[in-house]
Design a protein around this ligand. Structure first.
Ligand code: FES
Length: 320
C-alpha cells in the first residue's frame, strides 16, 4: 500500500511504499530531511507526527523521551507511514550537511565525445552520499585528485554522475587514459552553496556555460523531483565544448510540459549572448535565475537581469 506524507512547515509531499522508512522515501523523492546516522542511533532524524498512523519497521537504540513520545515524536529512519501522514520535520541546508569521505567504485566511464567523459560512480550498498544538487566533490584515484560538480540528482540512491572535461589536470588525464570498471575512487564532500531554494515556486531560468551544465543538470533534476518551479527554461551556451548531452535535454523537453531549452553558441559576442538569454523574459520580477559559467559572462547577465526587475534574491550564480 502506498502512503502519502506531507512535511510541515515546508509543505513538501512524498509517497512511501510499505516498509519504506519515512527517511528512505523522502530522500528518494529528493527531499533533504535532516538526519545523521540513518540507523537509529543519533536522534537527528526526530520528527513529530501531526496526524496519521506510523509504525516502527526498524529497531533503534536511540531512546525517545516519554514526554516527546506522547507528543508524537518518532525517528524517521525507523518508522514507516501507513496512510495519509503529516509530520513536522527539519529540512537540511548546505551548511547542515557534513563532509563525508566515501570509497566509491567506477560503474562506467561513458565517452560522450572527444572532450567529455561522464564518470558514473556507485557508493557502497549501505552508504549514500548526502549532498544537495549544485554541489561539488573532491575525487581521488591513483594519487591524483580533482574537484568536480555532481551532475546527478540527490534523489538517485547510490549513483553519482560527474562530467570530466579533457584538460591538463591529472585527474582528467587519468580518466581519459582509462579508468577500469570497479576501480575505487575516493570521494570527499560535498562543497558549495549553489543549491536550489526549496521555498520558491517561481519560474526558473537555468543558464549553463560549457560543462557548467553539470551542476545545472543536477539542479534541474532536483527541481523536477521537488516540483519547486512553476516552469523551467534552460539556456546552454557551448563555447569550447559541444552541447554534449543534447539528447538528454531534448528528452526532458519532450516529456515535460513545463520544461523548455535553448542551445546557444557561446563563441558569439558576450553582449549578444546576454540578449539572447533574456530576449523572451522582459520582466523577471517573479523568476529565479541559476547560472554557472565564467565570471565575466555572469556579471553581464546579472546586471542585465536585474535591469529586468529580477530580485537580487532571485539571482544564484556559480563561477566556474
Ligand atoms: S538518523 Fe540517526 S537516529 Fe535516525
Amino acid at each position: 500500500m502506498t502512503a502519502h506524507i506531507t512535511v510541515m512547515p515546508s509543505g513538501h509531499t512524498f509517497s512511501a511504499e510499505e516498509n519504506d522508512t519515512l527517511l528512505e522515501a523522502a530522500l528518494r523523492a529528493g527531499i533533504p530531511l535532516s538526519y545523521g546516522c540513518s540507523s537509529g542511533n543519533c536522534g537527528e532524524c526526530l520528527a513529530r507526527v501531526l496526524s496519521g498512523t506510523v509504525v516502527k519497521v526498524r529497531p533503534h537504540d536511540y531512546l525517545i523521551k516519554e514526554a516527546d513520545k506522547n507528543k508524537g515524536a518518532v525517528l524517521m529512519c525507523a518508522y514507516s507511514a501507513m496512510d495519509e501522514v503529516v509530520i513536522q520535520a527539519g529540512i537540511a541546508g548546505a551548511d547542515d550537511i557534513p563532509r563525508q569521505t566515501i570509497a566509491t567504485r567506477v560503474k562506467a566511464v561513458e565517452p560522450i565525445n572527444e572532450q567529455v567523459r561522464a564518470l558514473h560512480l556507485m557508493t557502497p550498498r549501505s552508504q549514500r552520499l548526502r549532498f544537495l544538487a549544485g554541489q561539488s566533490v573532491l575525487l581521488e584515484v591513483g594519487g591524483v585528485a580533482g574537484e568536480y560538480y555532481i551532475a546527478s540528482c540527490p534523489c538517485e540512491d547510490r549513483h553519482i554522475e560527474l562530467h570530466i572535461r579533457r584538460d591538463s589536470q591529472p585527474f582528467s588525464q587519468q580518466v581519459f587514459a582509462g579508468l577500469a570498471k570497479e576501480s575505487v575512487v575516493q570521494l570527499t564532500g560535498p562543497d558549495g552553496g549553489f543549491v536550489i531554494q526549496l521555498d520558491s515556486r517561481r519560474p526558473i531560468l537555468f543558464v549553463a556555460w560549457d560543462d557548467g551544465f553539470a551542476p545545472i543538470k543536477s539542479l534541474i533534476q532536483h527541481a523536477m523531483s521537488l516540483e519547486v518551479a512553476e516552469s523551467m527554461h534552460l539556456y546552454w551556451l557551448a563555447d569550447t565544448l559541444a552541447h554534449y548531452q543534447e539528447n538528454y535535454v531534448r528528452s526532458l523537453a519532450d516529456a515535460l510540459d513545463d520544461f523548455e531549452y535553448t542551445l546557444l553558441d557561446g563563441r558569439a559576442d558576450p553582449a549578444q549572448l546576454v540578449e539572447q538569454v533574456l530576449a523572451a523574459h522582459p520582466d523577471l520580477s517573479h523568476s529565479d535565475i541559476y547560472a554557472a559559467g565564467p565570471a565575466g559572462f555572469l556579471a553581464s547577465l546579472r546586471e542585465a537581469a536585474l535591469g529586468r526587475n529580477l530580485s537580487i534574491l532571485g539571482w544564484h550564480e556559480e563561477v566556474m
